[in-house]
Design a protein around this ligand. Structure first.
Ligand code: FAD
Length: 437
């Protein structure tokens, strides 16, 4: 029996799900509105849960070639003082890795195989059941299947049709990402300058995946094995700057697209200016911040800047599945659960969605157990992503506190309470295992 799926959207979630279903014997059509399959820009952190999901999807083999471990980094203030010192007892192995989005995209496209019917330049406009099967249409053609997977991102038209009470709401931040290629990175920008760090600061954050999201390599950090990058995180009143290196300068390396990846987050709405003006603002906001932040911003060119909306779904859809006849629609990735980026988990969760669908739909048969398997997908995924979204919101509120008194209180608390809060949030999010197949 031929089982059919239509996947709408070729981002991380759609590519991973389309490949997973095709590899498990489904006949898959992938619809993407762009004129070709395009990678997102800049880079991503993959936490251990995202790495496990990639491995469960059978895409782990190439990961070592494109991923750079993020070493323990700690957390500093804009004056260079430590809020949380880096843990010097671990080299970061077993924690997150950083990958260039083009490298991840290539791995996911390679995982599509040659059996998928890929249609680009197709913008889905409606989602309406056709008889007893789910279907989508771009106004000219209609595609129907046993399962329609909505992987069409934050502004998903399919979700808007099926879960109209859910809206994409601003997370209250603007964020930029960039990768500065090695040839433009000033020497030493992967490290902190020794004199900018205050070693009398609060205690180190414990090791393991529960460390603060991007962790700087201090001048006195442990010697790290070749292939381990440098990283850092600095927070001020409302502002946050994180960086991590993709591979090592001059190495043929972990990533074919090496350099330094940075993320800057500021309070407020998405900025409407041209990239040149945005870069001027970024340099002004982060002026005087410790090395290598000002150096990285000085080396950044307007075309490097990627500004993505920081938004979340409120309320999250009450189900990620909408049954139709013997099958139905399933939401994955940002279409189901877009959240703020404070825990760097959105793409990892999209990969988890794909791995979960792969396991549940492997031997699902329309008319026999497909409906139950789809229901199980929603029951499995929703409670977990609701928890991660709440944690991300909480961490965002703590890390990007704006008021002067509250910032001071936060900085004092970061010495004791907050490392545990950060560790628990990051460890909780990273603690996921793929369902048994
Ligand atoms: C500043 C920032 C930093 C982040 N850092 C990290 C990180 O380090 N780690 C991490 O795991 N996550 C991170 N994230 C989150 C992550 O980027 C997203 O969660 C993830 O990319 C979502 O993937 P997706 O496939 O669900 O959606 P998308 O990437 O949005 O893909 C949707 C696709 O659907 C297509 N599409 C849309 N509408 C239609 C339509 N009507 N018809 C046909 N096609 C359509 C689009 O063209 C696109 O290709 C970050 C987010 C931000 C904002």
């Amino acid at each position: 029996m031929i089982r059919s799926a239509v996947v709408v959207g070729a981002g991380v979630g759609g590519l991973a799900t389309a490949g997973a279903l095709a590899r498990t014997g489904w006949s898959v059509t992938l619809l993407e509105r762009a004129d070709r399959l395009r990678p997102g820009r800049a880079a991503l952190l993959l936490w251990p849960n995202g790495i496990r999901a990639l491995r469960a999807l059978g895409l782990g083999a190439g990961l070592d070639a494109i991923a750079t471990p993020v070493p323990p980094a700690g957390l500093r203030r804009p004056d260079g003082q430590w809020l949380v010192q880096p843990d010097r007892t671990t080299d970061g192995r077993g924690g997150p890795v950083v990958v260039h989005r083009e490298d991840l995209h290539d791995a996911l496209v390679a995982g599509l195989g040659d059996k998928i019917d890929v249609r680009t330049g197709v913008e889905v406009r409606t989602a309406r059941p056709a008889g007893d099967r789910p279907s989508v249409s771009d106004g000219r053609a209609t595609w129907e299947a046993d399962v329609v997977v909505a992987a069409d991102g934050l502004d998903s038209v399919i979700r808007r049709r099926l879960a109209p009470a859910t809206t994409a709401t601003s997370g209250g931040f603007a964020a930029w990402r960039a990768v500065i290629p090695w040839y433009r990175v000033p020497p030493d920008s992967g490290r902190l300058s020794a004199d900018s760090s205050d070693r009398s600061g609060p205690r180190a954050s414990p090791g393991g995946p529960g460390q603060s999201p991007l962790r700087p390599r201090a001048a006195d950090a442990p010697h790290l094995p070749a292939g381990t990058g440098a990283a850092g995180e600095v927070i001020g009143a409302g502002l946050r700057f994180q960086h991590a290196s993709l591979g090592e300068r001059g190495s043929s390396g972990a990533s074919s697209r090496g350099g330094i990846y940075w993320v800057a987050t500021v309070p407020g709405a998405r900025r409407p200016e041209r990239p040149e003006a945005q870069l001027v603002l970024l340099r002004r906001w982060f002026a005087g911040w410790p090395a290598p932040i000002t150096e990285l911003l000085a080396a950044t060119e307007p075309d490097d800047l990627v500004q993505d909306p920081v938004a979340e779904l409120r309320p999250m859809p009450s189900s990620f599945v909408f049954p139709v006849g013997i099958g139905g629609y399933a939401l994955v990735g940002d279409a189901a659960h877009a959240m703020t980026h404070h825990l760097s988990q959105g793409a990892c969760l999209a990969l988890e969605d794909a791995a979960t669908l792969q396991a549940l739909l492997l031997d699902a048969i329309p008319g026999r157990n497909l409906g139950d398997r789809l229901a199980a997908y929603s029951q499995d995924r929703r409670p977990r992503v609701v928890r991660v979204a709440q944690q991300s919101r909480r961490i965002g509120a703590v890390l990007q506190e704006r008021g002067r008194l509250l910032t001071r209180a936060r900085d004092m608390a970061l010495g004791t309470l907050a490392p545990r809060l950060l560790d628990r949030a990051s460890a909780g999010a990273a603690d996921w295992r793929p369902p048994a197949r």
